[in-house]
Design a protein around this ligand. Sequence first.
Ligand SMILES: Cc1cc2nc3c(=O)[nH]c(=O)nc-3n(C[C@H](O)[C@H](O)[C@H](O)COP(=O)(O)OP(=O)(O)OC[C@H]3O[C@@H](n4cnc5c(N)ncnc54)[C@H](O)[C@@H]3O)c2cc1C
Length: 500
Amino acid sequence: MVKTDILVIGTGIAGLSFAIKTAMKRADLHITIMTKDTAEVTNTRYAQGGIAAVMDRLNDSFNRHVQDTLQAGGGFCDQEVVRMVVHQAPDRLQELVELGVKFDMNNNQWDLALEGGHTAHRILHHGDITGLEIESALLNAVHKLSNITLLEKHFVIDLVVEKDNSDKKCIGAFYFDDTNIIRYIRAKETVLSTGGCGQVFRNTTNSHIATGDGVAIAYRANALVEDMQYIQFHPTALYEPGKNPYFLLTEALRGSGAHVVNDEGKRFLFQYDVRGELATRDIVSKAIGTELQKSCRQHVYLDCRHIDRHAFKTHFPAILSYCTGKGMDPFTSLLPIVPVAHYQCGGVTVNKHGQTRVTGLYAIGECAKTGLHGSNRLASNSLLEAVVYAHQAAEKICSTIDDMSFSAKVYIRKYHNGLLKADNRKINAIKKELQEIMASYNADNDSSNTALARLKDLKYTTSSLYNNDDLTVPIIELINMLTVATLIIEHSKKNNLITF
Ligand SMILES: Cc1cc2nc3c(=O)[nH]c(=O)nc-3n(C[C@H](O)[C@H](O)[C@H](O)COP(=O)(O)OP(=O)(O)OC[C@H]3O[C@@H](n4cnc5c(N)ncnc54)[C@H](O)[C@@H]3O)c2cc1C
């Protein structure tokens, strides 16, 4: 049995930023980071548009960023949290720069982009591969810190929680190691940074790792999970039926002047919002959805033909390369687009330090519900939220960990490795059916009840795939996805909400 002072689960911007900050501040602490795939396989690396911060105090202000965030969040944001995140943004971004992240400059000034819902240019970016730039710089920094151990292909199954007076306390986790052996690690503090759950939907921009594991794990450990009904759909994914994940055409394209048009080539968004293409994602996605219902078509289009070629090539080289590789030339033809599941606004409820209600358990990044996003995230606020909460959690843990001790209890693993018995065809069939349910339900009572009943059946079928706790990674991911799907529908039913 191994032990570590701090266990970090996930190697996206949230987990890596936390680990680096903590390791630099407290060289005496040992930090273990586990990730279920190789380290760079994250949603973070796919981020295109950038990261929001008020860097131009002449033409922008903290108050404007706060107001834009609150407006996007539909009245469901925590105002104190919004103010904290917005005010910390410049310092956190400066730290990323010091770690080697290169944001684009123009005439010695930050090249700040505009995105939907923002009333000022405030998006720092690295071309259209900002996430890849951040992920690479953070991984570089991690490799230089000798008090961090990074374990790839280590899949966390469940947290170990014990009773601490009347509270619950997280004391470690069970995981599959990279040889598929189930092990137990003891930790004084555990940080979930497991990202989102886009894969429960048929069409998503999210990487295959986004199966909602952190939310399901935390839920089983008695942490509070809220607002899972607030799944954000991104309005402009490139329409390629059957693709998983869908390729994103960043919001910054609309910020640079691209138009959304119907199959008659007409712009229609102004009928839904005076901001047209620069309205927030929920509004643009719903408008496109309505237009598709009216026209019985599968997609609308993004028209980039009028955008200056040089500017397009400079700012969106990866998008240009992807589209031309698919035989689509953005300078001469319309790009087919469709809204797809993109971001989980709710999640594991945390306070301003990233603490859950389970002692010793933190949640940061997309798996957490901090109160920043309300019902709809403002574009490019999620990478920002991740670095701010990584900072908050690091500060808290560094100042409190000396009072924490390892649990003396020895836990016998209750699972067996069922590797040889896994039937991946059956697992994939159940996953497909789950994604169909999520694509077709709406939040009226009858529809939700039918969807919940079908999910219950799928859980039952899934449980028949493993006997005597013979588990495999695909089975656990499926169980997690079924848990998260159920939470999404239950929460939307409670709030009488239709996700999209
Ligand atoms: C295509 C795309 C474009 C985007 N563009 C932007 C943008 O421009 N600006 C912006 O602010 N946001 C953007 N987002 C959202 C943003 O990228 C994510 O919200 C953010 O990167 C999440 O970071 P994270 O650290 O929380 O999780 P992730 O980066 O998703 O990392 C999750 C980590 O957890 C690990 N993990 C999960 N489950 C387990 C388990 N059971 N055991 C072990 N490890 C596990 C994964 O392997 C991975 O390492 C975009 C998202 C996508 C998909």
